[in-house]
Design a protein around this ligand. Sequence first.
Ligand code: HEC
Length: 393
Amino acid sequence: MTLTFAMEWLNLLFRWAHLIVGIGWIGTSFYFIALDLSLRKREGMKEGVFGTAWEVHGGGFYHVEKFTVAPKELPSDLIWYKWEAYLTWVTGFALLVVQYYFNASAYLIDPSVMKLTAGEASLISIISLAAGWLIYDRLCKSPIGRNTPLLAVCLFVLILGASYLFTHVFSGRGAFIHVGAFVGTIMAVNVFGIIIPNQKKIAASLMAGEAPDPALGAMGKQRSVHNNYLTLPVLLMMVSNHYPMLTGHPQSWLLVALILIIGGMVRHFLNRHDAGDPFARFWWALPAAGVGLVAAIIMTAPKDYSGADAVSDAAALTITRTHCATCHAQTPTSEAFDEAPKGIYLETVADLRRYAEQVMVQAVQSDAMPLGNETGMTEEERATLGAWISQQQ
Ligand code: HEC
């Protein structure tokens, strides 16, 4: 069994697990927000109950009550929702190691952006994730943390600054996955380091018959609101590497800004709608998301190669044989691959015609391929390949 094959399996298993626990985390988070917002005051509520909700699911009826602070007595089998968040981070980091650190030269490093060794790139990655949390946590605990609009602007600038740095250090897709990991780490440590410990302290004071410190609850709530607004953008970052129009864009960090705005605005609209606010107070969030989306579409508009000079089949094939067929071949010569990635061969003119659309997306409209531009494919070669593909239709 080769190492590459073993890593493929680890990659698959970590990715599978990451998806499952991630769905669990986001799912419970969405569920509790919706539950919170659907609570109503009803007749005959117990003392200390803030509101209740009636729900139906899977053939059963559920009646949930929320307490203003906590009931007088807490059962010992209280259910905590924390493992979904912890395991999402753990499986995500494992996937980062297997996919990006282990294959750093293919996925994480682009020598035309910065010449790094695999060790250097991995170290930068780890330090940046830790630094992200430390800066974020300081910001929230500083006086800025008490001014919500100012804090929101600072966090936006923090994530954008990180995106700018990542896109100037890593490959396109390496940068985007790091923006996702940067934000995801903040979210997971919010649960691990703030929300759950504070909730434990609150529960302990209640059980001891003391009044809990209200600052603990307020801090937990603040972090949980941040997580709520970051959920939608972070999910897009995590799947972004399937879209070279995003990751391969020369100003991709600006696209990150638009994604934060679009995701945040959609989330705001849904939050306020679920809370039952008057429509006039939050409708603007959807057009704002729409403006962000239109800007992103305009920014990623494809280049047009239809007016270029005629390119011969032989010229096109020479380019792909040099820059693609080291990996995309029946027997790849690249050490990182045992077989053609995604089963795509680019060795004959017939292959090239067959995959023309994808080649256009991956290697002409963006520089997603060749991976890490190991072979140093030039803009001129991309334009020639683009012209040849446009001439095939
Ligand atoms: C260093 C190895 C390597 C080289 C060189 C390379 N590729 Fe790839 N290619 C890959 C890998 C790995 C994938 C799968 C990427 C993934 O998993 O997202 C891939 C995927 C693709 C895909 C499918 C993308 C998708 O997700 O649908 C296309 C199309 C493609 N490559 C075209 C090219 C072209 C064109 C070239 C040359 C200009 C090229 N590749 C050079 C490794 C390489």
